[in-house]
Write a protein that binds this ligand. Sequence first.
Ligand code: GLG
Length: 807
Amino acid sequence: MEKATLQELLESRLKDIFSIEIAEASPQELFLALANVVKSCYANDWSQTRKNLLVEQQKQAYYFSIEFLPGKLLKSNLLNLGLLDTAEELFEELSFSLDEVAEVEKDMALGNGGLGRLASCFMDSLASLGLPGNGNGIRYNYGLFKQKFVDGHQVELPDDWLRAGNVWEVRKESKAVDIQYGGEVYLIEDENGRLRPERHGGYVWRAVPYDTGMVGYQNDMINTLRLWSVEVPAAEEANYATIESRRSLEDLTAVLYPDDSNERGKKTRLMQEYFFVSAGIQSIVRYYLKLNHPLTMMSEKIAIHINDTHPALCVSELMRLLLDDHDLPWEQAWAITVKVMSYTNHTIMAEALEKWPIDLFKEVIPRNYQIIEEIDRRYLEEYAEVHEAALLNRTRIIINGQVHMAHLAIIGSHSVNGVAKLHSDLLKSVVLHDFYLIFPERFNNKTNGIAQRRWMQLANQPLSKVLDTTIGKSWRHNPQDLQLLKNYQEDPTVLQRLADAKLTNKQALAEYIQQTTGIEVDPTAIFDVQIKRLHAYKRQLLNVMHILKLYFDLKDEPQAPIHPRVFIFGAKAAPSYHYAKAIIKVINEVANLINHDPTINDKLKVVFLENYNVTLAERIIPAADVSEQISLASKEASGTSNMKLMLNGAVTIATLDGANIEIRDAIGDENIAIFGLTEEEVYAYYAQQNYSAYAFYEEDPVLQRVVNAFIDGTIPNIEREGREVFDSLLKYNDEYFLLKDFKSYCDAQYRVDLAYKDQQRWQAISLMNIANAGKFSADYTVQNYADDIWQIEPLYAHVKEPNSASL
Ligand code: GLG
């Protein structure tokens, strides 16, 4: 599309919507008008994609996820439509900045962290690969809370992201479905001797879908992200006459649970899970029936993916529809279900493997509960002759009055995968070992990946331009072509250009830091970044301990040859996660102490940026020199910020955990700083039960000084939090082995400091990171899911409509 055409469209939208000229428009108005133009640019392709799918009847995948974390969509849609450069030029000509306009858009923050962001990266890759794959989730009225720091403490504010409306979504009233909750279900024998459920009482809520186009990268493919919102069914209006009764219903899709691995049993959460599962499965079956094939062939047209355990009810809900609504015999319904379903596990943290009390199940979803009981009964019966009772009793779905969601997902799926090699191995050998004995063929690995379009092309334009001029533009379509950069490892001009791009990004971040926190940071310092949810196992505290060590080193010897460093944190703690919130307070107070200590001479700065989200990640990642991936080995399933930071040329300091191992394998030991216990060593400690935090503390005076600092008044204002941290390390024997790993972490940090001082070497290491990051593109990950698990293929018949990307 020509610039002039875009301008005309923009002008006419501004007139239509606001009756104003471009010159008078505010960024908010420009955003809305431009977003509407963008939407109309893909409207045709969106309906064409749907039509082609219907005509071709190709198999489609449905990704069920209780979280999606797309961030902002304006620029990514512009990029994928091939309009980003045009829009940027136009806005410049009109003396506006596209960035300022894009900034107006509210982050769509319908997720907590890695799990939700992964789902969104997959949506981008599915469409960009031309694969028919749709998302299915919940349209929360409030996204993940907004984080503020008050006196160093985290305060949570509601994220009212829909207040000004959401331009991208389309409400599809005609596709609404009813969701049944509660009541009593009796099984009554019909004239053919078949047991039929008869429901007494209970209530029905309506699920209304809001669809958002998922725009493929310059291929005219538009998939659909379908998010469900609750409403009162027309027939039930009278029962919801009061505001209170309505509110209790509306609560269902009001808030995202702000907790990513500590879910406590809550009725609303279970109802949410059933809500988007039932709505999604009903709409899939309705669609499938339109194709006019027998239900027994469903797996040839439909693949359903259970992203973590939250949508595990997909299994029982599909069974319910096949049995109750379509009269299939149990065996047939079960065979279909297992062939259609697949499941990804995202964590080995035991508390995240959901379990629900059966009483709650019976109360909320009685018919599903009956079906689950029957699945469970048949499971025991079917395998009784092959496996010993103890094994079956450990793996059955209902154990000690609780429904185990992971067990339901595994028994009801044909594929179970982890998200990095180590994690998938641990699933087989430890966490899900019992299931591996029963269903070895179901287990496989799919290492996570990231949408490189967002995390490089959009977030890091300075570096993208260097890549274009150095290795050509093919990497934009084919991430593995980043390998071409390896040829320039010793080319001083290219290394300098990379360094310049990094400096530009650091200057921009320094400005943002100054504006938002008032802290001055020097862009030539090392920007050392740890961005992720706040969790004890991710060990932000270990980072803090190293910062304190450097602080003491400089206090003792102000001229110590330490290259200046800025430590940057971004992290939200679940509101109920007391210990994580204590760590936030501690980091903020350490920052206060160090940033205001004149003897440190600005050699160290600590910055905790508020409200870490996708947009903030897009600012921080391009500016990072060092990537902190320091979880206790075995605990981080994969990690994905590690991949984003690597792609942007940061050098990783890491334990051999999650995908860090594969990053190390891709770039070699000389380009990454590895430290700490291995997973085997961690498990050996567990087996021998001989870890003594105190022993490490006792023998290392440096460590003693650091740990004591939490309680001896060195860090002001952390009386309570400092004590909690201190106790977690010594009184409760340091669950995540920080004291053991402290020394090797400090050594690795020292190597990082040395490497940075040799700028030529550092740039070459950084280059190797960028060059080898193509492997971690979600395009490849999703291609593997498509080939191995879903068996879906690109939409062949998706012929370009003449001029369809333009208007
Ligand atoms: C999980 C894990 C991460 C993983 C992500 C995506 O903790 O290690 O990278 O899923 O698979 N709950 C999460 O964010």
